[in-house]
Write a protein that binds this ligand. Structure first.
Ligand SMILES: *Cc1c(COP(=O)(O)O)cnc(C)c1O
Length: 395
């Protein structure tokens, strides 16, 4: 098929051309005396994306899924109680990972489309006067439903109840795209992967530990070998890794950090918000459809899960989009399979790129028999983006 595939799954995201070029380098000696000159600044600059000065970031040649394990094995012991909420496929998988590791997982079901119920959380932490809960596992942005949780509010609850549980965050579809503040929000462990906000191929997990979480490695008894941060701490000190890193990706990461930090993290968040808001105008005002996220307070700026009308199968929309228009949309996972399709709007993106996804989704929905006013989605998005366009320099 001529032309580009339009990639709007919520990860892997579109990689900037300069990042792709940066990775196109010969293989190299990862023990060379000057290799540390590449690595040390990477580890320092990663902290700026996590918004931490006190924390330490580790880089594993693995995916976000391994990040869950890095977070838990290095801080907890088998049988330790952790508290979590299940409100989508990714919060579900993290809970499953914790169970597999032998943790005692107390989790509560939340309707998919909602986020962490703050009153419930406050009550559970208050009741836990003996501090049996050792960790609180929260998926910041549930990629399956397009729901973002208010981590600052959760931190306030931890503080108000004086609860010492480790505050652990899956930030795979938030860090590097939507607002995340490790230090300000008192996060103890935050993890992400390379193929979402970081605009790289899958294959790196970035995991940040607070000083408090770092200390836990001395008492945590979960078995760990490859994912042991102790080995990383030793090797990272001199700018190396305990085993062979993916050197091409490190060069890509260098370029990603250059781009993100030049734009400024606050500007990155603002750009994602404005683009996402345009997509939401298309869905809500243009098409008159609903989002899986049930309340605006949960709307995600990195992914929108769009509910197809009763009697239609979202999978038909996705198939038409891919086969007829070369547009990749995200599918509905598990409980919401067939009910929603997703537009990922994170990473290297501008208005006109996202316009392609909106137009393609509208054509595919109409082809699948959904009755929509032609052009209604993109009109709503265009008008919002025009109204909020940044001033042209010099005018
Ligand atoms: C994509 C994703 C994951 C899984 O990451 P992998 O890199 O595929 O292992 C975990 N959590 C969230 C919130 C995600 O979006």
């Amino acid at each position: 098929m001529a032309g580009r595939n339009h990639l709007y799954v919520p990860g892997p995201t579109n990689a900037p051309d300069s990042v792709l070029s940066a990775m196109h380098v010969p293989m190299e000696d990862h023990r060379a005396p000057d290799f540390s000159e590449l690595v040390k600044p990477l580890l320092e600059d990663l902290k700026k994306v996590f918004r931490t000065e006190k924390g330490q970031v580790f880089l594993f040649p693995a995916t976000g899924t391994a990040g869950w394990e890095v977070a838990m094995t290095n801080t907890l012991s088998p049988g330790d109680k952790v508290l979590s909420y299940r409100f989508g496929q990714f919060s579900h998988l993290w809970i499953q990972s914790a169970q597999r590791m032998g943790l005692d997982v107390e989790y509560h079901e939340v309707p998919w489309g909602e986020g962490v119920p703050l009153e419930h959380l406050e009550q559970r932490l208050q009741e836990d006067t003996n501090h049996e809960i050792k960790g609180l596992l929260i998926c910041h942005n549930e990629t399956a439903t397009g729901v973002t949780n208010d981590l600052a509010a959760i931190r306030r609850i931890l503080d108000a109840t004086g609860h010492p549980a480790l505050f652990m965050i899956d930030g795979v579809s938030s860090i590097g795209s939507i607002e995340f503040r490790m230090d300000d929000w008192g996060v103890d462990v935050a993890l992400t992967g390379s193929q979402k906000g970081f605009m790289l191929p899958a294959g790196n997990a970035y995991v940040c530990f607070s000083p408090k979480a770092l200390e836990k490695r001395h008492t945590a008894k979960c078995p760990r070998s490859f994912l042991n941060i102790e080995d990383q701490i030793q090797a990272n000190q001199t700018g190396y890794f305990p085993y062979t890193p993916n050197t091409s990706m490190l060069h890509g990461l260098r370029q990603v950090l250059n781009l993100l930090l030049a734009e400024g993290m606050d500007n990155v968040y603002a750009r994602h918000h404005r683009l996402a808001e345009g997509a939401r105008r298309a869905v809500l005002d243009g098409w008159g459809l609903t989002l899986c996220a049930r309340d605006p307070k949960w709307y995600s700026d990195s992914v929108s899960a769009i509910v197809v009308p009763e009697g239609f199968d979202a999978r038909d929309v996705m198939h038409v989009a891919y086969n007829r228009y070369n547009l990749s949309l995200g599918g509905g996972l598990s409980e919401v399979a067939g009910k929603v399709f997703r537009i990922g709007h994170m990473g290297d993106l501008n208005e006109l790129m996202l316009a392609g996804a909106i137009v393609g989704a509208e054509m595919a929905m109409r082809d699948a028999g959904i009755d929509l006013k032609p052009g209604s989605g993109i009109t709503a998005a265009m008008e919002y983006w025009r109204d909020t366009a940044p001033p042209v320099p010099g005018k």
